[in-house]
Design a binder for this molecule. Sequence first.
Ligand code: 0X9
Ligand code: ZN
Length: 445
Amino acid sequence: MQIRKIKKWMEAMAWTWHQWLVLVAVMVARVAGNPSTQTDNNYQVLAGQQVWEVEDHDAMKVVAELEKEGMVDILGHSSSTPRFRVHTDSIAQVAAALTEAGLTHKLLISDLARHVAEEQRKESLEFLRGSKTESCTEESCPKPLANTYMSFEQIEYYLKELVERSQRVELVSIGKSIEGRDIWRVHIRPYEDTGEDVRRNAVWFEAGIHAREWISPATACHLLEYLVADKSLTKNLDVYMVPMANPDGYEFSRTNDRFWRKNRRINAGSSCSGVDLNRNWDESFGVGASSNPCSEVYKGTKPFSEPETEALSAEMQRVNSVDDLRLMISLHSYGQVLLYPWGSSNEIAPETPLMKRAGKRFANGAQRPYKTKYTVENIAAGMYLASGTTDDWAKAALKVPLPYTLELRDRGSNGFELPANQILPTSEEVWNGIKKLFSFINKNF
Ligand code: 0X9
Ligand code: ZN
């Protein structure tokens, strides 16, 4: 009787026996402690939240204001028409504000928790198919995983093994996050390091400043592999990379809230936590950002109020004092667009023709081998004004000629929930784009 009931219930869920079997196996893997699959329960907080879209180019301004008030959360940069998450309590208010502005919206997702649960169920099935040959544990993490998003701990295992494996690599903790996790900075020395104390061209990569953009740290780790193996383009180049700039937020997005963006600061006097680390840099601080701790774009109490941005900026400054930073790429998702400053004003930034020219080289390179299209755009022209970002700070404070924000795959079909089987293709095409940028630097500086 009981069995028949369960069978009926399973039929009602419309799953095949095979799918159930796979699910049980995934659960067993979890119990066995494979940290790579610990992504359950990170969607319940999203119950009742919705995703809307307004197909109107003038809507961005209205929606950006609602974002500053903490009612909505703009998702990705796939187009100049906004797609955004509406918090459950704000649905009526947001609808009213849009109507008042003469805008109509389309409902894309009616319950985000259900949507994320379903996406993760599909991923679990996929994971089981693709993960047989790879593993990453404390004892052995020889390569970044290609079929699953690694936990912060796994990324640490990998980085520590990378240093042991390659003489070119140096790993340093440049500070601790709010919750005490290390912020790791990798340095890949030039392939032909003569040991001489000379100024060289240098490149800085930052990844994972936004917690939910999982493809960013994943790509960063694979880029490390390509960089270490490279023998020509990095002959005279110092490469620096922070593969996980917001480890607390990342872990929180894995365990508690799949759409978490900020760090994990407990904001005094507010029930909302987190500071948007990409609004906290000391450049035009405040413009286009929010003073409301409940907003996804909350700038924090003052520039560099957060240990994460403090550590990043101090290290970038140090690197720029011993080397010449020529290129800075902050890896984000999603949208497939390479963005160049300014983002906080409509003025034209110094070296704009150069940023455009080099940017196009990147986009050409990244077309291979999957024909993926990356556009090259000025930040402020394409969307809303935003300040306190890594890119503008790198240009204004450090005078880095080529500072970019790279919004990785995709253009919105999966958004932040990019299936793990796209980690490798994304990394490959981005590496092809970056190689073009490296040649550009080697030729022009
Ligand atoms: O808004 C952001 O911080 C970035 N987009 S994301 O969807 N990944 O959050 C874009 C930052 C672009 N740079 C500036 N606005 N300066
Ligand atoms: Zn981002």
